[in-house]
Design a protein around this ligand. Sequence first.
Ligand code: UDP
Length: 408
Amino acid sequence: MDQNQLNDYIPIVGLSVVHDLQVIAEKLNGKTIINVNSTAVGGGVAEILTRMIPLLNQLGVNAKWDVIKGNERFFNITKNFHNALHGVKVDFSQDDFDFFVHVNRENMKIMNFDADIFLIHDPQPVVLIEMKKVLGKHWAWRCHIDFTNPQMDLMEFLNQFIEQYEYAVFSAPAFSRKLSIPQALIAPSIDPFSDKNKELPKEQINSIVEGYGIDLSRPIVTQISRFDYLKDPVGVVKVYKLVKPYIDCQLVLAGGGATDDPEGMKVLEDVREAAGNDPDIHILFLPPSSDVEINALQRASTVILQKSLKEGFGLTVAEALWKEKPVIAGAVGGIPLQIKHQYSGILSYSIEGTAYYLKQLLHEPEYSRELGINGKQHIKENFLITRHIRDYMLLFLSLMNKEDIIYL
Ligand code: UDP
């Protein structure tokens, strides 16, 4: 994947935004920042880091990315953590907690900790904070999860680690918790030049989409997501079935797995069962590095759904809005940051509600277009990678210079 030069962003975000980045980056010159998460591919965190690290490097900030290792048992436990932090009831044993800590400590033995600042993403590697006692340096915990209703016994277990960090960073105000450490709000972002979001020629879009057996002459309704219960893909099939008798549309459910998400195959089976043998439902299990394919599917779609039941942010919403698509999405987690109801998209609360709005958007292309145009503007102003990098660099500076006020 080609990496864009910083100057390429000027026509989109303006000269002053890029200039500010250079000024802030100078203050971080010579500093090393290590990001740690639990998967190199799949899901929003990997998506963001893939684009952000090279840009930070271009700015002269020595940013790196490391991934913790774990076996099947570890990722089953952390997927259960993920579900429980999203409010699903899960029972954990002391053994689960001990094993989780043990795998983190095994990683500590083999990881390279040569850095000034550590940005640790999500709960999977949270125990790495134990290295602070050995190394000192600066540590922030970056949480991408929808934390509106976490399971409390798990939260108490994790808090003993989280509260050793200097900062906890959340994606949306609603996720902020009562913690003894300062909290920062940094929303995620998309990169307009990534393969996932760059402009594509019409012929390329059409040939990719037709290659999946999708008919370009009829409306296409799409949800792109890992196959995860919290993305409610079965709910999406139900929505489609409510709309199909009225409008001859097609449904595309496209997604892959993530190496730290062992539940995907089971969810995929459930979706296939719910879909039955309707030839107008296209369930696409995509390999990693399907960025151009996802881009084409989003661009060819008439309406994009993101019917999540919980959502840290929902990069797929930003990706669709950037492409001026009308989006109907669950009013959960970080999604309302991106969609102002009936202005830059539609927020929905149920299968029936989603079906109602889907019928409306399919019937009213002008209204749909307006939502898409407003949506793109909103993403441009708030959720592009340049804003995200700026926020992170300011966080790094405030970690290093806690007493100093930072002037730009
Ligand atoms: N994605 C992908 N392949 C897939 C499914 C999703 O590349 O098969 C991408 C999607 O386009 C988005 C990210 O993975 O960029 C998912 O981020 P999001 O915040 O929507 O959800 P998460 O998976 O992190 O819960």
